[in-house]
Ligand binder design. Structure first.
Ligand code: 5AD
Ligand code: SF4
Ligand code: FES
Length: 351
């Protein structure tokens, strides 16, 4: 009556369907990991191919009005010196990233109201002149603000749901509303952004069932990008003593997301590499097809400390670019030369 792990994976590959119970089994059964990773790698090859999309990440402000319990940038953390890059400097980093060959820039910050659309919009317009696609990752805004930023040139938006367990979300992110976060994602979609979401894996009190529902949530929203990372306890936060997520569970979430959303863009996240040497290359062989190297100058990297153990703190943008390109070639893959928008494919992939 119940299917074996192999049968479940074959069903997912053929139909892009799994139930919550089936997802739970594939997230937990020790024997499921290896076949799941192989299947995710096959589906990635079939639907998005061997090319890896590189996105240059600019961390332009670490000031945040929110107080998420897990995050080092939370407003109550006095241990981190705060910075905001001048518009001129953001443009400068963007220009240098474009010179290094990046075709997409990701502008990320805490929820910093200083960068209202009136301030950020002109920066986006100038960056667009570099011929790059622009992704924003700056948190919850009103629909009007999202609309203004879209007009100014933003193509994509990353906003992780973090967890689909509403009660857990509202405990982890005091003063924030889960419903409003979903509202943001729906507004972004309607405004014509490519939308990315994702989860933290291993939050205290997070159940395997809720992780299974996270994957179903990504599929239901038919998001374009899904970033999944392990939660890494930060000593400067209330969750300093928490256990944190594992590399394996984060990879299983990522692999299952590839099976259910075969043509999505899925990054090998930096937090994965923090837990596991060469974790991003392993992730690229377990369903991922995107890497987001940092293109912020070294001086600022250590101040953008979401969690401890952040990689590349002393590396310059050109170092990371060379390093990642070399590693990608080392696993027999190539670096994409286009802007890497989602290419929708019918089930069955490119054949
Ligand atoms: N460990 C791992 N990821 C974290 N983030 C924030 N804090 C941590 C942490 N301690 C992630 C959140 C957020 C993204 C920008 O960084 O998921 O959406
Ligand atoms: Fe701010 Fe984002 Fe960190 Fe929450 S996760 S404290 S919103 S930077
Ligand atoms: Fe920064 Fe390897 S990605 S040095």
């Amino acid at each position: 009556m119940s299917m074996t792990v192999e049968e479940l994976i074959a069903k997912a590959e053929q139909t892009q369907q799994l139930t919550e119970d089936e997802l739970v089994l594939l997230l937990t059964d020790p024997a499921a990991a290896a076949p799941l990773y192989e299947a995710a790698n096959r589906v990635r090859e079939q639907y998005v191919g061997p090319q890896v999309e590189l996105r240059g990440l600019i961390e332009f402000s670490n000031i945040c009005k929110q107080n998420c319990l897990y995050c080092g940038l939370r407003r109550d953390n006095r241990q981190v010196p705060r910075y905001r890059l001048e518009a001129k400097m953001i443009l400068d980093f963007g220009r240098r990233a474009a010179e290094l060959g990046y075709k997409t820039l990701v502008l990320q910050s805490g929820e910093d109201d200083f960068f209202a659309p009136e301030r950020l919009g002109p920066v986006l317009q100038e960056l667009k002149n570099l011929g790059v696609a622009l992704t924003l990752s700056i948190g919850e805004k009103s629909r009007e603000e999202y609309a203004a930023l879209r007009v100014a040139g933003a193509d994509r938006y990353l906003l992780r749901i973090e967890t689909t367990d509403k009660e857990l979300y509202e405990k982890m992110d005091p003063g924030m509303s889960w419903d409003n976060r979903v509202r943001c994602l729906l507004d972004l979609k309607e405004l014509g952004y490519e939308v990315g979401t994702g989860s933290l894996v291993g939050l205290p009190g997070q159940t395997i069932e809720s992780l299974a529902r996270d994957v179903l949530f990504f599929q239901k929203l038919d998001v374009d990008m899904v970033g999944i990372g392990p939660f890494i306890p930060n000593p400067d936060t209330p969750l300093a003593e928490a256990v944190g997520g594992t590399f394996d569970l984060a990879c299983r979430m990522m692999a299952l997301t590839r099976l259910l959303l075969p043509d999505a863009n899925i990054p090998a996240t930096t937090a994965m590499e923090t837990l596991q040497p060469d974790g991003r290359m392993l992730a690229l062989q377990r369903g991922a097809n995107v890497v987001m190297p940092n293109v912020t100058d070294t001086d600022y990297r250590k101040m953008y400390m979401l969690y401890p153990g952040k990689i590349c703190l002393n590396d310059a943008p050109a170092d990371c670019r060379g390093c990642v390109t070399g590693k990608i070639h080392g696993i027999g893959r190539s670096v994409s030369q286009d802007q890497g928008f989602r290419r929708r494919r019918k089930s069955g992939g490119m054949n």
